[in-house]
Design a protein around this ligand. Sequence first.
Ligand code: ADP
Ligand code: MG
Length: 378
Amino acid sequence: MTVRAIVPPATLGILGGGQLGRYAVMAAASMGYRTIVLDPDPSAPAGLLAHEHLVAADDDPDALRRLSFSCDVITTEFENPPAAALDELAASVVVAPSPAAVRIAQDRVAEKRFLGENGFPVGRYQVLEGDDPVVDEALVESGAIVKTARFGYDGKGQRSVSGVAETLAAWAELGGVACVVEERLALETELSVIVGRTPSGDVEAWPVAENRHVDGILDVSAVPAMVSPKLADRAVGLAMAIVDALAYVGVLAVELFVVDGELLVNELAPRPHNSGHWTLDASVTSQYEQQVRAVCGLGLGSTAMTTPAIAMVNLLGDLWEGGDPDWTVVLDDPNAKLHLYGKHEARPGRKMGHLTVTAPATNLAVARALELRAAVAP
Ligand code: ADP
Ligand code: MG
């Protein structure tokens, strides 16, 4: 299928104004596109750099009308644009990824059903919904995690439980909304694969990232993953099959668990991903440029690495607890890059920025990145 490309100076609309959108804005702008961001926060990181920032709720009818009128293509930088808003936009303008794909990726129940029905491996789980759900005792007896189907991120909307009573109590505490209960898995490690796909079905993935989370929030991401080449190849193969099964257009992140040497799909993110920030500093094409290329129907850029290894560590608001960090040591390191998102209020757990370090090997990059982060704390 040939699709007419959307070329500069066309206008790209972005739903959501966080750091992922900020980098998409920068990538689009450097290619000569105009950008419009929709986000209710007047100081949203992407809104500060976009050509235009619509400060309105993501379902605001006037703002959506304005977007569909002014944009040639619309994409998203967060998981939760209202599906109805996407449908409305898609009636008059190109929306990528499609509302159907976003509907699946933004709902853990739909996501797990999609994965299961298409033969992709997922951990044991059950759905909790309705008035009086029956908990599978065998699933929860040796530890489980209750997760809301919608709106969870960075470990929010999750409760660690053990046994039926705790599971039901956690479900009630989460508001009795639709949830999944997952068996607590003994993770050997976590991986992610980020993949871009065009309307005509071309697909490119980056090398696999290995991720460490602390309290449900990504802490360190390193590339190439320190797993066997065979496992890494299988991870990439899975992600490519998933993006095809979704007939996806744009950039998709696939989070994977490694358990007993096998891969299980954890979740999908219908957008660039925190574990792909490194592509800004060590790939021929960043995930953000690829998002612009894919949704505009251009050819995909090379996902080759420009250094042997790179590590990224997140800079959370906690780092500001004793005052402003001193960035000098990062800025003085020729192999490090500092990224700050322009957020004013440093709350604990809030992603304020990240830093990356390139090195001859993954473990060296991780060690140096952690050392630099420890050195900036006031
Ligand atoms: P979020 O949308 O907040 O990223 P995830 O489902 O990815 O939610 O969970 C966040 C992190 O919590 C995972 O990356 C992993 O470290 C841990 N985790 C989630 N589910 C499980 C599980 N079933 N077993 C073990 N650890 C888990
Ligand atoms: Mg996750």
